[in-house]
Write a protein that binds this ligand. Structure first.
Ligand SMILES: [Zn+2]
Length: 376
């Protein structure tokens, strides 16, 4: 019944709850940040496809942890999921008649879980690496009775193992740990559970950090590389939240893009851009420590190759794009070349695969946002 091995690097859990009963039209979306942990099942047999499928008939009052527990999926993982108590997604009390879909999203692996309960008990979980497969269709398996199982066809074409194309790199469609120039950043330099950067970016950041320390300034990375899939998690969470409040697609995009990028248009895809010490609340101008840190960066970051790409918007200077971000610094020796390549290679047909992506062209996101930077 099950393919028994699983490796999940989970950073975000996105819970999509779509109702299966007409009386409930609420679509709630919640994101829960959890520690990145490697979970490996205890089965000996290692298969090539890091993939687990579980079919289970839901019994009244059965919890997700109880179901997953039967398949040797790490208890730690189970508890993290099971503890989430959202309005429509209490996994210790799955609601009959509702449809749940969860994506466990991370830099390298995207996994999905599908639970459906209607007149017939249906339950299915599939974890798979979407970067490895062209399409991961959620497998729906019907358990008619305890013994009869109808298996619907699952189409998962394995991607040909090839080098990361320039186009995929620029739009973030690659696995960070598979890119030869990316390195895992030592925990002492960042606040995330896991972080990757290009080797050169990291080396010069470390030099900058050490120099800052001599001036009594502490620098720590609060965000590094986010690939398309990580960015998509952020995007979909915000999009669904705004949509639930009644925003149109255009309004929704504009609101998200005050601070966040469309997947495939983020400089954070490149391993060259870093967020330092905090975000908008930290750098609100009222925090003296933050002011000193920012002042140090303004005076010194360029010596190490870093530039504040989202500078102050003012006439004669930067007028389009994101609001000023005092925390976002780009490693120009690499990123300036990528921006040139982006200009040459990427068109609106390359920007897709997430909610409302069809409006990217109308809003001229590439010109307004990708090129809306303050560094030459
Ligand atoms: Zn940033």
């Amino acid at each position: 019944m099950s393919k028994n091995n699983i490796i999940i690097f989970s950073v975000l859990i996105i819970i999509f709850s779509a109702c299966g009963i007409p009386s409930d039209s609420d679509n709630s979306v919640e994101v829960v940040e959890i520690e990145s942990t490697q979970y490996v099942s205890e089965t000996e047999e290692k298969e090539e496809m890091d993939n687990i499928e579980i079919i289970s008939q839901i019994k009244s009052g059965e919890t997700l942890s109880a179901i997953l527990g039967k398949y040797n999926v790490s208890q730690k993982n189970i508890l993290i999921i099971a503890e989430q108590k959202e309005v429509d997604c209490d996994f210790n009390n799955m609601q009959i008649g509702k449809e749940y879909k969860i994506s466990l999203d991370a830099d390298s692996v995207i996994t999905s879980f599908h639970y459906q309960k209607n007149s017939t008990d249906v339950y299915s979980i599939i974890f798979s690496d979407t970067l490895k497969y062209k399409e991961t269709k959620t497998t729906i398996k019907k358990v008619i009775s305890d013994k009869v199982i109808i298996k619907e066809e699952v189409k998962m074409e394995e991607k040909v193992n090839k080098e990361i194309s320039k186009l995929d790199f620029l739009t973030g469609k690659f696995q960070l740990n598979k890119h030869p120039n990316f390195v895992l950043v030592d925990k002492k330099y960042h606040t995330k559970s896991e972080m990757y950067l290009q080797k050169e970016t990291l080396e010069d950041f470390i030099k900058m950090k050490e120099s800052a320390e001599k001036d009594g300034i502490q620098l720590i990375l609060v965000s590094g590389t986010r690939n398309f899939y990580s960015q998509k998690s952020i995007w979909e969470r915000k999009y669904n939240k705004n949509k639930a409040k009644g925003l149109t697609d255009i309004e929704n995009i504009k609101k998200i893009m005050i601070w966040s990028s469309m997947p495939s248009t983020s400089r954070h895809h490149w391993g060259t851009d870093i967020d330092i010490n905090g975000f908008d609340e930290y750098f609100d101008g009222k925090n003296e420590k933050a002011n000193n840190e920012y002042e140090w960066l303004v005076n010194n970051a360029s010596k190490f190759g870093f530039c504040q790409v989202y500078s102050e918007k003012e006439e004669g200077k930067r007028q389009t794009g994101y609001n000023e971000e005092k925390w976002h610094w780009s490693y120009m020796p690499l990123s300036s070349g990528y921006l040139e390549e982006y200009k040459e290679l990427i068109t609106y047909k390359d920007i897709n695969g997430f909610s409302a992506s069809e409006f990217a062209k109308e809003l001229d996101i590439i010109k307004e946002f990708v090129f809306g930077i303050g560094c030459d």
